[in-house]
Design a protein around this ligand. Structure first.
Ligand SMILES: *[C@@H]1O[C@H](CO)[C@@H](O)[C@H](O)[C@H]1NC(C)=O
Ligand SMILES: [Fe+2]
Length: 252
Protein backbone atom coordinates (compact mmCIF):
# COMPACT_ATOMS: atom_id res chain seq x y z
CA UNK A 1 0.00 0.00 0.00
CA UNK A 2 2.72 2.47 1.01
CA UNK A 3 4.71 1.56 -2.07
CA UNK A 4 1.75 2.31 -4.30
CA UNK A 5 1.27 5.72 -2.70
CA UNK A 6 4.96 6.46 -3.07
CA UNK A 7 4.94 5.57 -6.76
CA UNK A 8 1.87 7.71 -7.41
CA UNK A 9 3.39 10.67 -5.56
CA UNK A 10 6.77 10.49 -7.24
CA UNK A 11 5.18 10.18 -10.68
CA UNK A 12 3.15 13.27 -9.94
CA UNK A 13 6.21 15.21 -8.78
CA UNK A 14 8.21 14.21 -11.82
CA UNK A 15 5.48 15.31 -14.22
CA UNK A 16 4.38 18.59 -12.68
CA UNK A 17 6.92 21.16 -13.78
CA UNK A 18 5.38 24.55 -13.17
CA UNK A 19 5.71 27.32 -15.68
CA UNK A 20 8.11 30.02 -14.39
CA UNK A 21 5.39 32.72 -14.33
CA UNK A 22 3.15 30.66 -12.05
CA UNK A 23 2.21 32.70 -8.99
CA UNK A 24 2.98 36.20 -10.27
CA UNK A 25 -0.76 36.93 -9.94
CA UNK A 26 -0.72 36.00 -6.23
CA UNK A 27 0.43 37.95 -3.22
CA UNK A 28 3.65 36.64 -1.68
CA UNK A 29 5.71 37.91 1.22
CA UNK A 30 8.73 36.73 -0.65
CA UNK A 31 8.63 35.43 -4.24
CA UNK A 32 10.81 32.34 -4.81
CA UNK A 33 13.13 31.96 -7.78
CA UNK A 34 11.03 29.81 -10.13
CA UNK A 35 12.86 26.67 -11.30
CA UNK A 36 13.32 26.35 -15.05
CA UNK A 37 11.16 23.70 -16.73
CA UNK A 38 14.32 22.17 -18.27
CA UNK A 39 17.99 21.61 -17.40
CA UNK A 40 20.55 24.36 -17.94
CA UNK A 41 22.18 22.48 -20.82
CA UNK A 42 18.86 21.52 -22.43
CA UNK A 43 18.74 24.55 -24.73
CA UNK A 44 22.09 23.70 -26.32
CA UNK A 45 23.41 24.42 -28.86
CA UNK A 46 21.21 27.50 -29.27
CA UNK A 47 21.69 28.77 -25.73
CA UNK A 48 24.74 27.35 -24.00
CA UNK A 49 24.65 25.83 -20.52
CA UNK A 50 26.82 28.48 -18.89
CA UNK A 51 24.73 31.36 -20.24
CA UNK A 52 21.47 29.72 -19.12
CA UNK A 53 22.85 29.05 -15.64
CA UNK A 54 24.23 32.55 -15.06
CA UNK A 55 21.17 34.15 -16.62
CA UNK A 56 18.86 32.26 -14.26
CA UNK A 57 20.87 31.97 -11.02
CA UNK A 58 22.68 35.28 -11.41
CA UNK A 59 20.53 37.79 -13.27
CA UNK A 60 16.99 36.49 -12.83
CA UNK A 61 17.50 35.49 -9.19
CA UNK A 62 19.21 38.82 -8.53
CA UNK A 63 16.18 40.77 -9.73
CA UNK A 64 13.89 38.64 -7.55
CA UNK A 65 16.03 39.23 -4.47
CA UNK A 66 16.06 42.99 -5.00
CA UNK A 67 12.34 43.04 -5.81
CA UNK A 68 11.55 41.17 -2.59
CA UNK A 69 13.66 43.68 -0.66
CA UNK A 70 11.87 46.62 -2.30
CA UNK A 71 8.44 45.12 -1.60
CA UNK A 72 9.44 44.48 2.01
CA UNK A 73 10.69 48.04 2.48
CA UNK A 74 7.42 49.42 1.08
CA UNK A 75 5.23 47.05 3.11
CA UNK A 76 7.17 47.64 6.33
CA UNK A 77 6.67 51.34 5.87
CA UNK A 78 2.92 51.20 5.17
CA UNK A 79 2.07 48.34 7.50
CA UNK A 80 -0.56 45.67 6.87
CA UNK A 81 -3.64 46.81 4.97
CA UNK A 82 -5.56 46.63 1.76
CA UNK A 83 -3.43 49.01 -0.31
CA UNK A 84 -1.54 48.26 -3.50
CA UNK A 85 1.47 47.07 -1.44
CA UNK A 86 -0.61 44.07 -0.27
CA UNK A 87 -1.25 42.96 -3.85
CA UNK A 88 0.52 40.64 -6.27
CA UNK A 89 3.61 41.76 -8.20
CA UNK A 90 1.54 41.48 -11.37
CA UNK A 91 -1.09 43.89 -10.05
CA UNK A 92 1.61 46.21 -8.71
CA UNK A 93 3.32 46.34 -12.13
CA UNK A 94 -0.04 47.06 -13.75
CA UNK A 95 -0.39 50.05 -11.42
CA UNK A 96 3.22 51.18 -11.29
CA UNK A 97 2.22 54.85 -11.40
CA UNK A 98 0.53 54.38 -8.01
CA UNK A 99 3.63 52.97 -6.33
CA UNK A 100 5.19 55.59 -4.02
CA UNK A 101 7.95 57.36 -5.90
CA UNK A 102 10.53 56.29 -3.35
CA UNK A 103 10.02 52.60 -4.21
CA UNK A 104 8.90 52.89 -7.82
CA UNK A 105 12.24 52.62 -9.61
CA UNK A 106 13.32 49.56 -7.62
CA UNK A 107 10.01 47.81 -8.27
CA UNK A 108 9.94 48.82 -11.93
CA UNK A 109 13.45 47.45 -12.56
CA UNK A 110 13.41 44.39 -10.34
CA UNK A 111 9.74 43.45 -10.56
CA UNK A 112 10.07 43.81 -14.33
CA UNK A 113 13.27 41.73 -14.22
CA UNK A 114 11.39 39.00 -12.37
CA UNK A 115 8.32 38.81 -14.61
CA UNK A 116 10.05 39.48 -17.95
CA UNK A 117 12.55 36.67 -17.40
CA UNK A 118 9.79 34.31 -16.23
CA UNK A 119 8.04 34.81 -19.59
CA UNK A 120 11.32 34.45 -21.47
CA UNK A 121 12.10 31.04 -19.95
CA UNK A 122 8.50 29.85 -20.17
CA UNK A 123 8.14 30.37 -23.90
CA UNK A 124 11.24 28.39 -24.92
CA UNK A 125 11.82 24.66 -24.77
CA UNK A 126 14.58 22.21 -25.70
CA UNK A 127 14.69 21.22 -29.34
CA UNK A 128 15.31 17.77 -30.75
CA UNK A 129 17.98 17.45 -33.43
CA UNK A 130 15.62 16.25 -36.14
CA UNK A 131 12.64 18.32 -35.06
CA UNK A 132 10.87 20.06 -37.96
CA UNK A 133 10.48 23.86 -37.93
CA UNK A 134 8.14 25.04 -35.20
CA UNK A 135 5.06 27.03 -36.13
CA UNK A 136 2.05 28.43 -34.29
CA UNK A 137 -1.14 26.44 -34.71
CA UNK A 138 -4.91 26.86 -34.70
CA UNK A 139 -6.29 30.13 -33.28
CA UNK A 140 -2.83 31.57 -32.56
CA UNK A 141 -1.77 31.02 -36.18
CA UNK A 142 -5.00 32.62 -37.37
CA UNK A 143 -4.43 35.62 -35.14
CA UNK A 144 -0.83 36.10 -36.30
CA UNK A 145 -1.94 35.95 -39.91
CA UNK A 146 -4.79 38.40 -39.23
CA UNK A 147 -2.32 40.89 -37.74
CA UNK A 148 0.81 40.31 -39.86
CA UNK A 149 -0.45 38.86 -43.19
CA UNK A 150 1.60 35.68 -42.88
CA UNK A 151 4.03 33.97 -40.52
CA UNK A 152 7.22 34.84 -42.40
CA UNK A 153 6.24 38.49 -42.48
CA UNK A 154 5.65 38.37 -38.72
CA UNK A 155 8.98 36.66 -38.14
CA UNK A 156 10.82 39.15 -40.33
CA UNK A 157 9.28 42.16 -38.57
CA UNK A 158 10.07 40.68 -35.16
CA UNK A 159 13.66 39.86 -36.17
CA UNK A 160 14.27 43.31 -37.62
CA UNK A 161 12.91 44.95 -34.46
CA UNK A 162 15.26 42.80 -32.38
CA UNK A 163 18.25 43.54 -34.61
CA UNK A 164 17.74 47.29 -34.40
CA UNK A 165 16.75 47.72 -30.74
CA UNK A 166 19.22 50.17 -29.24
CA UNK A 167 20.73 49.26 -25.89
CA UNK A 168 19.40 46.71 -23.42
CA UNK A 169 15.80 45.62 -23.53
CA UNK A 170 13.30 43.18 -24.94
CA UNK A 171 11.23 42.60 -28.06
CA UNK A 172 7.73 41.34 -27.42
CA UNK A 173 4.67 39.94 -29.08
CA UNK A 174 1.83 41.27 -26.96
CA UNK A 175 -1.92 41.40 -27.16
CA UNK A 176 -3.48 44.82 -26.85
CA UNK A 177 -6.65 43.89 -24.96
CA UNK A 178 -8.41 47.16 -25.80
CA UNK A 179 -8.16 46.61 -29.55
CA UNK A 180 -7.78 42.82 -29.57
CA UNK A 181 -4.71 43.10 -31.76
CA UNK A 182 -1.30 41.49 -31.58
CA UNK A 183 1.62 43.90 -31.72
CA UNK A 184 5.39 43.65 -31.95
CA UNK A 185 7.00 46.20 -29.63
CA UNK A 186 10.08 46.85 -27.53
CA UNK A 187 10.73 47.77 -23.92
CA UNK A 188 13.92 49.32 -22.57
CA UNK A 189 15.89 48.05 -19.60
CA UNK A 190 13.55 45.91 -17.44
CA UNK A 191 10.35 47.80 -18.21
CA UNK A 192 7.45 45.39 -18.59
CA UNK A 193 4.57 45.53 -21.11
CA UNK A 194 2.34 44.77 -18.12
CA UNK A 195 2.82 48.38 -16.96
CA UNK A 196 1.39 49.50 -20.33
CA UNK A 197 -1.62 47.24 -19.75
CA UNK A 198 -0.53 44.92 -22.53
CA UNK A 199 -0.63 41.11 -22.36
CA UNK A 200 2.83 39.79 -23.39
CA UNK A 201 2.86 36.29 -24.87
CA UNK A 202 6.36 35.98 -26.38
CA UNK A 203 9.67 37.69 -25.70
CA UNK A 204 13.33 37.71 -26.65
CA UNK A 205 15.85 39.06 -24.18
CA UNK A 206 18.19 41.47 -25.98
CA UNK A 207 20.42 42.22 -23.01
CA UNK A 208 23.98 41.14 -23.80
CA UNK A 209 23.91 38.86 -20.72
CA UNK A 210 21.49 36.68 -22.73
CA UNK A 211 24.05 35.86 -25.43
CA UNK A 212 27.48 37.43 -24.97
CA UNK A 213 29.33 34.31 -23.76
CA UNK A 214 28.33 32.36 -26.87
CA UNK A 215 27.73 34.94 -29.57
CA UNK A 216 29.77 37.88 -28.26
CA UNK A 217 28.51 40.93 -30.17
CA UNK A 218 26.78 38.91 -32.90
CA UNK A 219 23.20 39.68 -31.92
CA UNK A 220 21.65 38.44 -35.21
CA UNK A 221 22.97 34.93 -34.43
CA UNK A 222 21.39 35.07 -30.99
CA UNK A 223 18.05 36.02 -32.55
CA UNK A 224 18.28 33.25 -35.14
CA UNK A 225 19.14 30.66 -32.46
CA UNK A 226 16.34 31.88 -30.19
CA UNK A 227 13.73 31.27 -32.93
CA UNK A 228 14.70 27.58 -32.87
CA UNK A 229 13.66 27.38 -29.21
CA UNK A 230 10.36 29.26 -29.32
CA UNK A 231 7.64 26.91 -28.08
CA UNK A 232 4.36 27.94 -29.67
CA UNK A 233 2.39 25.62 -27.42
CA UNK A 234 3.73 27.57 -24.44
CA UNK A 235 2.99 30.89 -26.17
CA UNK A 236 -0.62 29.72 -26.58
CA UNK A 237 -0.71 28.55 -22.95
CA UNK A 238 0.41 32.00 -21.81
CA UNK A 239 -2.17 33.64 -24.03
CA UNK A 240 -4.86 31.44 -22.41
CA UNK A 241 -3.43 32.23 -18.96
CA UNK A 242 -3.92 35.97 -19.61
CA UNK A 243 -7.49 35.34 -20.78
CA UNK A 244 -8.20 33.51 -17.51
CA UNK A 245 -6.56 36.26 -15.47
CA UNK A 246 -8.61 38.95 -17.20
CA UNK A 247 -11.79 36.91 -16.78
CA UNK A 248 -11.32 36.84 -13.01
CA UNK A 249 -8.44 34.49 -12.23
CA UNK A 250 -10.51 31.27 -12.18
CA UNK A 251 -8.44 28.90 -14.30
CA UNK A 252 -4.94 29.94 -13.22
C1 LIG B 1 3.67 37.73 -46.62
O1 LIG B 1 3.22 39.05 -46.42
C2 LIG B 1 4.08 40.04 -46.95
C3 LIG B 1 3.56 41.39 -46.50
O2 LIG B 1 2.22 41.56 -46.82
C4 LIG B 1 4.19 39.88 -48.46
O3 LIG B 1 5.07 40.85 -48.98
C5 LIG B 1 4.69 38.48 -48.77
O4 LIG B 1 4.68 38.28 -50.16
C6 LIG B 1 3.83 37.43 -48.09
N1 LIG B 1 4.47 36.12 -48.26
C7 LIG B 1 3.78 35.04 -48.53
C8 LIG B 1 4.57 33.78 -48.60
O5 LIG B 1 2.58 35.03 -48.68
FE1 LIG C 1 18.03 38.73 -19.12
Amino acid sequence: MLTVIFIVLSAHIALSVDTPYKGIQLFADEYPVPPLPYEYDALEPYIDEKTARIHHLGHHAGYIKKMNAALKAWRDEVGPGVGLQSNSILHILENLDQVPEKHRTAIRNNGGGFVNHAIYWATMSPRGESEPPRLPEATLATEIIANFQNFSNFQEQFTNTAKTLFGSGYVWLSRNPREQTLIIHTTANQDSPISDRLRPILVIDIWEHAYYLKHQNRRPEHIQDWWELVDWGQVKALSDWWAAYDAGHDEL
